[in-house]
Design a protein around this ligand. Structure first.
Ligand SMILES: Cc1cc2nc3c(=O)[nH]c(=O)nc-3n(C[C@H](O)[C@H](O)[C@H](O)COP(=O)(O)OP(=O)(O)OC[C@H]3O[C@@H](n4cnc5c(N)ncnc54)[C@H](O)[C@@H]3O)c2cc1C
Length: 592
């Protein structure tokens, strides 16, 4: 279709839609949707991260939210079309609370999906661009306070016991990005981190780790990586970037500070949080508490019968640092996902004898294939075509999770066809491959369980060559003094066993810091309720408990890879800011 024709169709649809909403005519608005339809909302209508699916659910959502949201001033932005006949159109709008932006997709004149996002709050826009701070007060002033004096004064206030409005537990990338968003919104925030310095969460990982995702996908808000930045960031370089970022974004970041416990004072509507800062006990009373304690929670160990008689060392991959300690030794890596593969390569490079124990099939995608086929909107070409990371994030978000499986299945087909030879050789070693039980591949595994996949950056060839041995599909029987016995009677000698067995849900950290009852009331984090292995239903439509209100008032979760933390930190920050400003935030369908 010609561009003008696309724009006409998009204009007609948006006009009819916005007029129906302004008339509060929900049945009228629903006639503009296809039978199978999705409305994904980031805080604009629902004060939640919420996808409603199908006309009855959308009707229920609008019935509950339309009156107080009072959307208006809809304006069409860029419109484009695909060969399949889908029209994709950007738009802006206003609500009673703020300014919004979205994308709708129409087919045959009716909407198949719409994304609405709150971008800023009325009267509380971030001081950006023309609104940036002046940075100087010209004229003579005997009481002049310089920038660094002002910074020191602000930091000293917190040091001297002033309570922040928001306390973020965990100063990895997730806590840092949220801290930066809150800083820009003027929300007094302290980030507490038990490691001494920002960036240590990456530095402390094994020595050979390099990010698996390309630079275009990894930018932090406000300060994108420069043009010369490598495609794949080595972990210590990432650590340095985070440390620089904390400083330049002027975040209040308390390294060497561990959160020991927290309880919610119902009467005061504040948290009482006990910290150990450089060995000294401190109590803070923030209004909002964010757990940014690690994307996937505490390490998960598996029971190894006979562990008490094993003479060697057993550790979790999160404690593994450097293969040099194991040169010439027999090493068993339990687990065949990202960390398992990376640890196995690190050990092999150090000259260890490595056996990987695979307990369930793994989705493997070669890094270059992933780069070529899966990151089209996060790439150099996209950047040169004007799709910056914020735009790419919106485009990605415009496909709700419910519509992802067919897209991902099609991608899986292309990946399998392109690398058929590679997969054949890998399978021939006995390594068990899968692409998810519904063939939706790596990305859906990442959202559903955050586990069971590997972006191949070299380990697979070592497995094909037999340099890393694989024990697959044979149960571990028990440990002997010097090795691991399997159900088929074979024994693999071992000096060290590294459990690359993943992590528990983030809500387990809440059990340790708040209490078991609160953690159980909140329930697990992450996962979509897809009904596939380790992601039990019911279907949620969004990641459980992440970036949105939970069953515990004023308790939030932030985390995930760089891209998810970047995108969702904006909406979590707006939710917190709105509460600080006393803006009404009626949450549609809470909690989960
Ligand atoms: C091999 C591997 C490759 C990866 N590749 C990529 C990639 O390419 N791109 C990508 O985006 N992601 C990648 N990730 C995944 C993901 O981005 C990281 O796991 C990331 O570190 C998650 O960030 P986070 O801030 O949620 O958690 P973390 O980085 O784990 O930070 C949490 C912080 O909380 C602190 N903390 C915990 N409890 C307390 C407490 N009680 N008090 C104070 N502080 C506390 C911890 O010390 C830690 O620093 C990779 C991960 C691995 C293992």
């Amino acid at each position: 279709m010609h561009d003008t024709a696309l724009a006409v169709d998009a204009t007609l649809w948006l006009n009819s839609f916005s007029q129906a909403l302004e008339r509060r005519d929900i049945p009228g608005a629903l006639t503009l949707f296809a039978q199978d339809c999705y409305w994904r909302d980031m805080v604009a209508f629902t004060w939640n991260v919420k996808t409603t699916e199908g006309k009855p659910d959308i009707a229920a959502m609008l019935t509950a939210t339309l009156e107080h949201t009072a959307p208006c001033k809809w304006q069409l932005g860029q419109v484009s079309g695909s060969r399949s006949g889908t029209i994709e159109a950007w738009f802006t709008f206003q609500t009673s609370a703020g300014h919004g932006e979205g994308i709708f997709r129409i087919e045959n004149g009716v909407c198949v999906s719409i994304l609405t996002t709150l971008q800023s709050l009325h009267g509380h826009a971030e001081p950006l661009g023309a609104a940036r701070p002046k940075g100087v007060r010209h004229g003579a002033d005997r009481n002049r306070e310089t920038w660094s004096e002002q910074r020191s004064r602000q930091e000293a206030a917190f040091d001297n016991g002033e309570d922040p409005y928001c306390l973020i537990i965990g100063g990895g990338q997730g806590g840092i990005m949220l801290g930066a968003r809150l800083k820009q919104l003027g929300v007094p925030t302290i980030i507490v981190e038990k490691n001494p310095k920002a960036g240590d969460s990456w530095r402390n990982r094994y020595r050979s780790l390099v990010l698996h995702d390309p630079v275009w996908y990894d930018h932090l808000p406000y300060i994108p990586f420069p043009e010369h930045w490598p495609v794949f960031t080595p972990k210590d370089k990432m650590g340095d970037w985070l440390e620089m970022y904390v400083k330049v974004m002027e975040l209040t970041y308390w390294g060497g500070t561990e959160c020991i416990s927290a309880s919610f004072d119902e009467a005061e509507k504040r948290w009482i949080v006990h910290l150990q800062r450089d060995g000294k006990a401190i109590t803070l009373r923030p209004t909002q508490l964010v757990f940014a304690t690690g994307a996937y929670g505490p390490p998960k160990f598996i029971e190894l019968p006979g562990a008490d008689q094993f003479a060697g060392e057993i550790l979790h991959s999160s404690r593994y640092r450097d293969g040099a300690d194991y040169a010439g030794k027999n090493c068993i890596v339990i687990g065949a996902a990202s960390s398992g593969h990376d640890v196995a390569v690190d050990l092999w490079e150090a000259g260890a004898e490595v056996t990987m124990v695979q307990r369930s099939p793994t989705t493997v995608v070669r890094s270059q294939t992933q780069l070529d086929l899966a990151f089209d909107i996060y790439s150099q070409v996209a950047t040169e075509n004007g799709i910056d990371v914020d735009r790419a994030d919106m485009i990605a978000a415009a496909t709700p999770f419910g519509l992802q499986p067919p897209v991902q299945r099609e991608l899986t087909e292309r990946i399998k066809a392109r690398d058929a030879d590679f997969y054949e050789k890998l399978a021939a070693t006995g390594f068990q491959l899968d692409f998810g039980e519904d063939e939706t591949g790596l990305m859906m595994k990442a959202y559903r369980t955050g586990s069971g996949y590997y972006v191949d950056v070299g380990a697979s060839q070592l497995i094909i060559d037999g340099a890393i041995k694989v024990k697959s599909g044979i149960a571990i029987d028990s440990l002997t003094r010097t090795g691991m016995r399997f159900a088929d009677g074979t024994i693999v000698p071992a000096d060290v066993i590294i459990q690359s067995t993943g992590f528990q849900s983030m809500h387990e950290v809440v059990a340790g810091i708040v209490d078991r009852a609160t953690a159980d009331a909140i329930g697990p984090c992450w996962g979509l309720g897809s009904g596939t292995r380790n992601d039990p239903g019911p279907w949620q439509g969004e990641l459980r408990n992440m970036y949105k209100p939970t069953a515990q008032e004023a308790l939030w979760f932030q985390g995930g890879n760089l891209a998810l933390s970047r995108f969702f930190s904006k909406f979590l920050a707006l939710q917190i800011k709105a509460r600080m400003e006393g803006i009404s935030t009626p949450v549609y369908q809470t909690p989960f």
